[in-house]
Design a protein around this ligand. Structure first.
Ligand code: ATP
Ligand code: MG
Length: 567
């Protein structure tokens, strides 16, 4: 590829509003442009990377026996009504109507469509197992599109689906995917951490996310260096210290707390309580019903844990008006003692606690000597709290680490969730009808690109892993007007093409600094520079982007040197 004839609109300066490094560099290196919020065009260089990632994904999927499909992006609402997700999924689904006023949606995932095919076509256990996949555009009207292609509203996903006759078969399909995913991420230069995850809107029994540790991520994961335990914060457990029994059997006592509104206020209030001895009372609305969520004062609610615990896919904090109507007080003075008009869910850390303090449901009053199980009616015990850095690992007791990460892949044991809803049954070995046992597996292609950049860059730009670099080699002359240099550049370029390398020739009549800056920015792994002085000795400069290593090598050894270094 000749740079002078190509379209690589690099930007010298950081574009406004792009915070994540990968977002900034993808814009600056001319890989992508934004069309609308969360919607991006892939420019030629970006599209080359995307196709390289796809090729790796394809190879690894084929290696586990998966067969490639291409399903429609436009779906009839009907099918999503059968699975129940037309109603359970909210604003994230793009919905539309056709000219006959039939409800449709744009596919955000394809469990329904693949299950429908399996239902109509697979009859017997003898046809199993099957693993089907596609690499296809997904549409999700994300509440907060963010960080360029890391979270966009239209993106490319490799999604696959396994169909087995029983749970043991599913385990095998699931494990095969997990191994394939590890290979995919490592081949794309991403150090991935598999973590236990919440299955959320997808349903099913078990799921594993693949995380790339990065500050640009939106997920928090908990990791134990001692035993390797790793889980999304939405799922993570710890052996957090339990507040010992205070032996406080005194009767409840209401006391005035003028101006106290927060946990901290009550900590510093004379006669107040430490955060661990307070009950935090949160009011949420689930399916139009208010619920109380109780945590220890020093703990934070994890909303996904709450949704999983309540078996719901959506919940929201109650509005001040709703809270006043329910409890007769404002936030800061709320509590669950004596409450009978809402379901009460309490975090397991509160179990057995006495000598606690909580709001009295009367502004500027609190209750002390609260014995949680004695004084609060009909508690449902659940896991609501976020695990904190330094808490002990449940498995080995070592302190846990909490870090930010990008979810690059997610695999689910769906079990019978979709086959039962859609009636996808087959004849088992004993002649009886059984529902298909399913798994589903997703990888974001653009998200891999961005995660690779997050992991491989420096102040000068992207440092592509060789496997997904848009071009592996760039050849440039210091001075294109010098006929000898131009001739040498042309020769190396041709030799690279003949050797089968992805090569670009920067034969622009630009200052060398400009050309090198661009090459650094777009992150081409190897750069060959032809300059007058070295050329007189028959040499060229060989530069390695990843290490900064620069050496002079004979012109006629360029191809063998490249071959040696290519992986
Ligand atoms: P997240 O929690 O980040 O929203 P998700 O759990 O909704 O992800 P899945 O439905 O499991 O994601 O999708 C499979 C994969 O698709 C994800 O692991 C991720 O790599 C990619 N992906 C999901 N949503 C987006 C998005 N909005 N933009 C880009 N890639 C995405
Ligand atoms: Mg999502």
């Amino acid at each position: 590829m000749r740079v002078s004839k190509s379209f690589i609109p690099t930007l010298r300066d950081d574009p406004a509003g792009a915070e994540a490094v990968s977002h900034r560099l993808m814009l600056r290196a001319g890989l992508i442009r934004q069309l609308a919020a969360g919607i991006y065009s892939m420019l030629p260089l970006g599209y080359r990377v995307l196709r390289k990632v796809e090729a790796i994904v394809r190879e690894e999927m084929e290696a586990i026996g998966a067969q490639e499909f291409l399903l429609p992006a436009l779906h009839p609402a009907e099918l999503w009504k059968e699975s129940g997700r037309w109603d359970s999924i909210g604003g994230e689904m793009f919905r539309l109507r056709d000219r006959k006023d039939t409800e449709m949606c744009l596919g955000m995932t394809h469990e329904e469509v693949f299950t429908a095919i399996a239902r109509d076509e697979i009859r017997s256990y003898k046809q199993l197992p099957q693993t089907w996949y596609q690499i296809q555009t997904k549409f999700r009207d994300e509440a907060r599109p963010k960080s360029g292609v890391l979270r966009s509203r239209q993106f490319t996903m490799k999604d696959s689906y396994s169909f087995d006759v029983d749970a043991a078969g599913l385990d095998k399909s699931f494990d095969a995917h997990a191994e394939a995913y590890k290979r995919i991420f490592s081949r794309c230069g991403i150090a991935s951490v598999p973590v236990e995850a919440s299955s959320g809107a997808m349903g099913g029994s078990e799921s594993v996310e693949f995380m790339a540790v990065s500050d640009a991520g939106e997920d928090w994961i908990v990791q134990c260096d001692g035993c390797g335990y790793a889980a999304n914060l939405e799922k993570a457990q710890s052996a957090a210290a339990v507040v010992e029994d205070q032996g406080d059997t005194a009767a409840l006592e209401k006391f005035p707390t003028p101006g106290v509104r927060t946990i901290e206020d009550l900590v510093s209030f004379d006669g107040g309580a430490t955060a661990e001895r307070q009950i935090k009372t949160l009011v949420y609305v689930v399916d139009d019903e208010p619920v109380l969520l109780l945590l220890r004062g020093d703990d934070e609610l994890n909303e996904v844990k709450a949704m999983d615990a309540l078996g719901m896919q959506a919940l929201r904090p109650a509005h001040p008006g709703e809270i006043r109507k329910l409890l007769g007080a404002d936030p800061g003075s709320l509590g669950a003692v004596g409450v009978t008009n809402a379901k009460i869910y309490a975090d397991a850390m509160l179990r057995g606690c006495n000598g606690m303090t909580t709001g009295a449901n009367e502004n500027d009053f609190h209750l002390r000597h609260v014995d949680v199980e004695r004084d609060i009616a009909k508690i449902q015990w659940v896991d609501l709290r976020s695990t904190r850095e330094g808490e002990a690992c449940v498995a080995c007791g070592k302190p846990l680490r909490v870090c930010k990460s990008i979810e690059v892949g997610h695999i689910f044991k769906l079990g019978l969730r979709y086959s039962e809803a859609l009636g996808a049954k087959i004849q088992g070995a004993d002649g009886k009808e059984v529902p298909l046992v399913m798994g589903s597996y997703g990888i974001g292609i653009e998200r891999i690109m961005a995660a690779a950049i997050e992991a491989h860059h420096d102040e000068n730009g992207i440092i592509w892993p060789q496997s997904i670099a848009p071009y592996k080699v760039v050849v440039a002359a210091v001075k294109m007007k010098d006929a000898k240099q131009a001739e040498a550049v042309e020769k190396i370029y041709q030799d690279c093409i003949d050797a089968g390398f992805d090569v670009m020739m920067d034969e622009r009549d630009e200052r060398p600094g400009v050309k090198f800056k661009d090459a650094d920015l777009i992150g081409i792994p190897f750069r060959i520079v032809v300059g007058a002085r070295a050329l007189e000795k028959g040499n060229v400069e060989f530069f390695v982007r990843a290490t900064g290593e620069a050496s002079e090598i004979p012109l006629d050894q360029v191809i063998s040197e490249l071959k040696k270094r290519m992986i």
